[in-house]
Design a protein around this ligand. Structure first.
Ligand code: NAP
Length: 303
């Protein structure tokens, strides 16, 4: 039986792995994607992680992983589909029916992109509709694209694409951006980023591949001709394995404060999957550390 099983190998999970090894816990990280590092891998540049200004997200993720591996962290590839109470701890069940027994769980499964849920989105997904500008942007050299959303991700994506594409429409449903002011200023200073505000997309059109998007702006229907659409309308938590096990909020985030303690004894939540004010690398890394501290205390108090 493991002392702790860390579910997820993003910033929170890898930080937990480092702290678990340093605490000499018998631990394993279950990762959905082989050698994965989570959402950080698709962030072009990270300017707000202390001490590593201007690092590429991919490189930062690799450093996190190398750090955990240097301390001897163990990884298992697999998708966790269920977590069941079992004796003094939990049984972790994977989609291929492998099971693992553990005293505690650090649940750091992260979040995934939210879909727009409009006509044409499914049909053109992978044929002009993308959820990752850093991954797919290069296919749109000198083309016309749009980014949907008004948060940090949308503005970062628009800036990234502005270096590749002829024109980038930044389509946002409100007049004000949610993104930080530095990004807003950067976006406004780019000549090839065109702001389309108070605009809600409602249909993606094309013939085999995307040819345009229909939006409703200030009560009027409009059509924008383009080649690619990058949606950046937020994320949804990967919390389904905890459904009915730990308390989730109305949006599916695992209810936990910075100690990581959830309503299920011995299960601790870290990173973007938990209820929190600010979802960033810095807060995910802090969560991983806190969860291992909480798990250690929980194990020693239950012995
Ligand atoms: P977010 O902050 O939740 O922003 C989502 C954006 O999409 C909002 O502007 C929202 O509009 C819009 N939106 C949501 N549903 C929509 C729909 N159905 N149709 C049209 N627009 C829709 O998501 P995010 O930008 O992915 O960021 C997630 C978290 O990661 C945030 O905490 C963010 O600060 C953090 N992050 C940080 C950095 C960084 O620090 N460099 C980079 C990326 C992400 P409204 O504004 O009207 O709600």
């Amino acid at each position: 039986m493991y002392d702790t099983i860390i579910i997820g190998s993003g910033s929170a999970g890898l930080s937990a792995a480092v702290y678990a090894k340093r605490a000499q816990l018998n631990a394993v990280v279950i990762e959905k994607e082989y050698m994965g590092t989570g959402q950080i891998a698709v962030s072009e540049r990270v300017d707000n992680y202390l001490g590593l200004y201007g690092e590429s997200g991919f490189d930062l993720g690799e450093k996190f992983r190398q750090h955990a591996e240097a301390l001897g962290a163990e990884f298992v590839e697999g998708e966790v589909t269920a977590i069941e109470k079992s004796g003094i701890g939990y049984k972790i069940i994977l989609s291929d029916e492998r099971t693992f027994e553990t005293k505690t769980v650090v649940f750091a499964a992260g979040a995934r992109p939210r879909t727009l849920d409009i006509k044409g989105e499914d049909e053109f997904s992978g044929k002009g509709v993308s959820y990752c500008a850093v991954c797919d942007g290069a296919f749109y050299k000198n083309k016309i694209t749009a980014v949907i959303g008004g948060g940090d991700t949308a503005l970062e994506d628009a800036l990234f694409l502005s270096k590749i594409c002829e024109t980038v429409y930044l389509i946002h449903r409100r007049n004000e951006f949610r993104a930080n002011k530095t990004l807003q200023n950067a976006v406004r200073s780019k000549e090839n980023i065109r702001l389309v505000l108070n605009a809600k997309p409602f249909e993606i059109l094309g013939d085999g591949k995307v040819s345009g998007i229909k939006i409703s702006q200030d009560g009027e229907e409009k059509f924008i001709e383009l080649n690619g659409i990058f949606t950046a309308v937020g994320t949804v938590p990967n919390s389904s394995a905890l459904n009915g096990v730990a308390e989730l909020d109305e949006r599916g985030y695992v209810i936990a404060d910075e100690t990581g303690v959830t309503s299920a004894k011995g299960i601790f939540a870290a990173g973007d999957v938990r209820t929190k004010q600010l979802r960033q690398v810095s807060t995910a890394v802090a969560d991983g550390a806190n969860c291992i501290y909480s798990a250690e205390r929980y194990i020693s108090e239950s012995e």
